[in-house]
Design a binder for this molecule. Structure first.
Ligand code: GRF
Length: 185
């Protein structure tokens, strides 16, 4: 059985969408959080997922002791050092059409920019923030009558659709071009 570690620091709506998508599928998930009081921990307990509070500085030691096939960052608010990233394949989801609006508050910054679109990107992780090869990305039109809340809702909907499906394909060792073709078509 494949084993996936999900890293999250806060709310955990992506975490929950992944867990629900994989219900009755043969994959073991573990939550790792660097935030003792995060709401994602409550979600993990409710969903029956093993969860660990791991201080950021203890991450390397924890991952050396516990083996995973894939590392999924879903709202993990720290930058992992190269030493940790070298332990396996790390992916991240970002709420913009990268390379636009890297960093924090991306949805609001895209909305305020007057651009016609924002988006969602899923990419391999490198030490630089929101960098690394793009696995998939989808544009979201910012329509003239949309509020910021409407845009946030749409971005999260797209995230919750894309992320579990990308994880599933990566666990099957699919190539990026095939992942894009099968998920975006
Ligand atoms: C998502 O918008 C994700 O793209 C970004 O952090 C947010 C996490 O949201 N990296 P949630 O904790 O999954 O609700």
């Amino acid at each position: 059985m494949k084993s996936v570690a999900i890293f999250a620091s806060g709310n955990g709506s992506n975490f929950e969408s992944i867990i629900k998508y994989f219900e009755n599928k043969d994959v073991k998930f573990t939550l790792i959080t660097n935030n003792e009081d995060s709401y994602v921990r409550d979600r993990a307990k409710r969903l029956g997922i093993e969860e660990f509070y791991v201080k950021f500085s203890d991450t390397y030691d924890f991952l050396v002791r516990n083996k995973f096939d894939l590392f999924v960052l879903a709202g993990y608010m720290r930058i992992l050092p190269e030493k940790v990233l070298n332990l396996g394949t790390f992916i991240n989801i970002h709420p913009s059409f990268l390379p636009e609006f890297k960093g924090v508050d991306s949805i609001k910054r895209a909305y305020d920019s007057g651009k016609e679109y924002s988006g969602v990107s899923i990419h391999y992780v490198e030490e630089q923030v929101d960098s690394g090869e793009i696995i998939i990305q989808e544009k979201i039109l910012i329509e003239t009558d949309m509020t910021l809340i409407d845009l946030e809702k749409k971005v999260h909907e797209v995230e919750h659709y894309l992320y579990p499906r990308v994880i599933e394909k990566l666990l099957l060792n699919c190539e990026i071009s095939k992942i894009q073709q099968e998920i975006l078509s």
